[in-house]
Design a protein around this ligand. Structure first.
Ligand code: NAP
Length: 290
């Protein structure tokens, strides 16, 4: 374990946050909100050609962003981006693992490679970025904030692979949190419910075709898709609303381990969780290494 090279940064310099997946949705809104909140904000995307909406939003808000390429599935791009940020800004105070992608399918109708791909983006992407950032976060007593999902707490029909990946993220980070805290780094997960972003469109499911190809699962898939459409039409929160919770995780004096982004998300995970904000589990496991 190496400590990052000492920098000339002082605690009075603006804090530097790196956010993944800022081409749209929660990541875009969080990037603009973080810059507004006074962070030097490194807004990363896997394809810099898709930065127009981000640039426009920043211009409209009158904030500056440092826009860089980072593909969470590409180890070289993650390492290069984190090293470049520390070289150019002299510090890294926070990372927001926001990049992620949905997937609709069920075991019989998807390949193991499909499942691996979902894990690659949503789980290993988080691990890869966190691993590159942690030495630098340790140097600043920084924060690692990760956008998971209510699907990281409650498994949902036709979301086996996606929920497995988000469960994996939550388990990984719940385990890492007391260890990271022992070296001064705060770890939090942010759990949105339905958010009206490009997320559903980006899943790229042709509903009619998916139902046609679903065989014995067609009636269940049809019901699931209808229910999802209705939920997103009537009860989705805005990306800005979810981004507000990301900013809370970045700025609150002592953020909880687990933060839901809306009352609906809180009620949903509350079906399963006795420890809604994760503080009971953290207190228990932190005592093992105190
Ligand atoms: P979104 O608008 O689709 O944004 C997802 C972002 O992730 C996009 O910027 C996308 O970039 C990026 N991304 C995907 N694969 C990537 C990769 N390999 N490397 C870097 N970036 C990558 O959806 P969103 O709602 O804002 O999603 C943000 C986070 O919230 C995700 O982790 C998602 O799982 C979570 N979430 C969303 C909802 C919801 O209902 N929307 C609910 C719960 C949790 P491209 O533009 O290049 O594809």
């Amino acid at each position: 374990m190496t400590n990052p090279t000492a920098t000339a940064a002082t605690s009075r310099d603006p804090k530097v946050v790196l956010i993944t997946g800022t081409s749209s949705g929660i990541g875009l809104a969080a990037a603009v909100a973080a810059a507004r909140a006074g962070f030097t904000t490194v807004a990363t995307l896997r394809d810099p050609q898709r930065a127009d909406a981000l640039r426009e939003a920043a211009e409209e808000a009158g904030v500056e962003l440092d826009i860089r390429r980072l593909d969470v599935t590409d180890a070289a791009s993650v390492a290069a981006c984190v090293a470049g940020v520390v070289a150019d800004h002299g510090r890294l105070d926070a990372v927001v693992n926001n990049a992620g992608a949905g997937h609709v399918g069920t075991l019989e109708n998807e390949s193991v490679d499909d499942v691996r791909q979902v894990m690659e983006v949503n789980f290993f992407g988080v691990v890869q970025v966190a691993k590159a950032a942690l030495p630098h976060l340790r140097a600043t007593g920084g924060r690692l904030v990760t956008v998971t999902s209510v699907g990281g707490v409650i498994g949902q029909p036709f979301n086996e692979a996606y929920c497995a990946a988000k469960f994996a993220v939550e388990g990984y980070l719940e385990s890492l949190a007391p260890v990271a805290a022992s070296v001064g780094v705060t770890v939090s997960v942010v759990e949105p419910g339905a958010v009206a972003s490009a997320f559903v469109a980006n899943v790229g499911v042709d509903a009619d075709q998916a139902v046609t190809e679903a065989g014995p699962y067609a009636p269940a898939l049809q019901a699931y898709l209808a229910r999802t459409r209705a939920t997103f039409a009537s009860a989705a929160q805005t990306p800005q609303g979810a981004a507000d919770t990301v900013i809370e995780a970045l700025t609150a004096e002592r953020p909880a381990f687990r933060l839901q982004t809306s009352e609906a998300a809180r009620q949903f995970v509350g079906i399963k969780l006795a420890d809604l904000d994760g503080s009971a589990a953290q207190a228990f496991t932190t005592a093992w290494i105190a």
